[in-house]
Every structure is written in structure tokens, then in C-alpha cells.
Design a binder for this molecule. Structure first.
Ligand SMILES: [Mg+2]
Length: 183
């Protein structure tokens, strides 16, 4: 795959709450590796909202295995998930493959790469990392960009450049996936 296309998600949706998970189920996705910060809640929100709790419960009902994969600290992720039954990897170092390999090890059974979807708000970490693993990648908008930490702000700067390049070099793919994605 061309290097630039590693930054192109398979799908874009404005928010995780708008993803049609029944379609993913039909496409035989079994595992959802979900980013935490600015995908489920803003950086400065410590506990899941009712909406998040409900969504995760619904996904379990649909038989998805859920793993939270976050670059944030053990403390942050463990506190967020207190009392909730979901697997997680903290300090994951996305986009490195080892982040997802750790997550794979936590799974009760082995899965094919095409049974795994990554959902996240960052092209430079979530999308690139997921694509490197050949997972199905879904990009969402950050819930509250102002809450980004500085590393994320820098990553978004890089992501904007990458998206502009994709738009220029692969206009059809850009139209197909990212035309509604606001830089
Ligand atoms: Mg994030």
C-alpha cells in the first residue's frame, strides 16, 4: 500500500454514536478496539457519560468484544472504566503495532485481522496504527478538540497535512471516505 494511504481510514463517521454497528456486524467484525480520549469522552472527563455506558452495553449485546486502546496512562483508563467489564490497554503507544498486539493478546479467542475494527479520532495514531495491522479503521471527529493535549494538537497538525495530500493525490478516495471530514 502506498505510504500515504496508510493514513486513510476505511470509513469516516462524525461520531462513534452515529456508526451503524449492524453494518459492521454484517461485515463480520467481531472485535472493536476503541480509543478513549476525544472518541468516547473529552480528555478532561474522567468517567463515561450515560450515553457511553449505554453504547458499550449495546455493543456487548450485539456480541462485539470491546477493548479500549489508549495512549493515556493506566490511571486515566482504569479510572474511566471503574466498575465496567471492558478490557483495555493503557500507555499503548499507538500507532506502533505493539499497541494492538497487546490488545490481541487480551482477547479470549484469536481473530482474523478482518474481524477487527479500530475506532478513533486521530489519523496519526488510531488510523495509521489500525491500518498497519490491516484492521478495519473508522475515523470519528474529536468530541472536544479544545481538550486535546499538546502531543495531540501536534498530531492533528500533521494529520491536516496528510489529508490535504490525500485529497490532492487520491481525489476519488478522498471523496469516497473523507469529503465530510472537517480539517
Ligand atoms: Mg483520541
Amino acid at each position: 500500500m502506498a505510504r500515504l494511504l496508510k493514513y486513510l481510514p476505511n470509513h469516516y463517521q462524525q461520531s462513534i454514536f452515529e456508526i451503524d454497528f449492524l453494518v459492521l456486524q454484517k461485515e463480520k467484525i467481531k472485535v472493536l478496539m476503541i480509543d478513549l480520549d476525544n472518541t468516547l469522552v473529552p480528555y478532561d472527563v474522567k468517567r463515561p457519560s450515560k450515553e457511553v455506558i449505554k453504547l458499550l452495553e449495546e455493543l456487548q449485546t450485539l456480541n462485539f468484544t470491546i477493548i479500549i486502546v489508549s495512549n493515556n496512562s493506566q490511571k486515566r483508563v482504569a479510572e474511566f472504566l471503574t466498575g465496567l467489564p471492558y478490557l483495555f490497554v493503557a500507555k499503548a503507544h499507538k500507532p506502533l503495532k505493539k499497541a494492538y498486539r497487546k490488545a490481541l493478546k487480551l482477547l479470549p479467542i484469536q481473530h482474523q485481522t478482518n474481524e477487527i475494527a479500530v475506532i478513533g479520532d486521530q489519523i496519526i495514531t488510531d488510523v495509521l496504527g489500525g491500518n498497519k495491522m490491516d484492521f478495519y479503521t473508522i475515523l470519528v471527529d474529536p468530541i472536544l478538540k479544545q481538550s486535546d493535549v499538546w502531543t495531540t494538537k501536534f498530531n492533528r497538525f500533521l494529520a491536516r497535512r496528510v489529508v490535504r495530500k490525500i485529497a490532492k493525490r487520491y481525489p476519488n478516495k478522498y471523496q469516497e471516505v473523507l469529503k465530510d471530514y472537517a480539517l
